[in-house]
Write a protein that binds this ligand. Sequence first.
Ligand SMILES: Nc1ncnc2c1ncn2[C@@H]1O[C@H](COP(=O)(O)OP(=O)(O)OP(=O)(O)O)[C@@H](O)[C@H]1O
Ligand SMILES: [Mg+2]
Length: 269
Amino acid sequence: MNDVGPQRTHTDTPVPPQPILRARGVIKTYHAGTQEVPALRGIDLDVHVGELVTVMGPSGNGKTTLLNCLSGLDNIDAGTVTVDGADLFAMSDAKRTRHRATRMSFVFQAFNLIPVLSAAENVELPLLITGVPHKAARKRAHDVLGRVGLGDRADHRPGELSGGEQQRVTVARALVGEPALIWADEPTGALDSRTAGDIIELLLEVHAAGQTLVIVTHDEGLGRTGQRLVQVRDGRIVHDGDPRTAPAASELVPVAAVTVTATSAEVVL
Ligand SMILES: Nc1ncnc2c1ncn2[C@@H]1O[C@H](COP(=O)(O)OP(=O)(O)OP(=O)(O)O)[C@@H](O)[C@H]1O
Ligand SMILES: [Mg+2]
């Protein structure tokens, strides 16, 4: 007897895609003199291919620490972080540096461009470091500068560019190696609102082209534009999901204020 239609076996069960980033139970405590600052108190986070995740939360609550620890820029005290299939903290420092350089890139508030190099030279640098021949690296740098709207500024040094243009160069530098994941920490923090809007638009275009991005931001417009908003408070994730159902920034009150309301009799300020 011939069956009509496709055979259904257990192998037809769709296998969920592996996340680009998987963090489990990440704990980070800073030691400053005799003081201990618990900056991350147990972070679980998965980011899948093509996602745009925005991270928001009050100042000093662990957003930059989360980015630094989950990208392997900084060490962690406990937990695991897997990026593109490799456990970051199970490898040597040298391997982790290489894994980061080939799989991830960064956009920071302070553009971190090398002042004596032209825009094209800044952009091609990550490729040269990973061994791409100079001619190919230069061509890729020019292509990607064109993509961020700076085709005619390739020979300018950072000091000869506006703030918004410098941030475009850093976005180009982040894109040039075709990383699995781009991290951005306050990418619009140093820009006026109009220029910030241009950079947000550029990042959204980059995402629409298929790039996976995690962006830490205080910009409510950007934070609530993404598909997924992660809110961090006191070193923990307190919301992860639809930006429309996330608590307003004003509801993320400082820890001391919450403690006072809840247990005022026990609190000594
Ligand atoms: N190198 C360090 N040594 C000691 N404490 C640190 C260090 N870096 C950060 N901290 C502390 O860890 C906590 C989290 O800092 P973090 O920079 O992650 O906050 P943030 O949410 O990024 O804040 P902001 O929105 O102001 O950038 C803060 O209390 C901060 O003072
Ligand atoms: Mg920060």
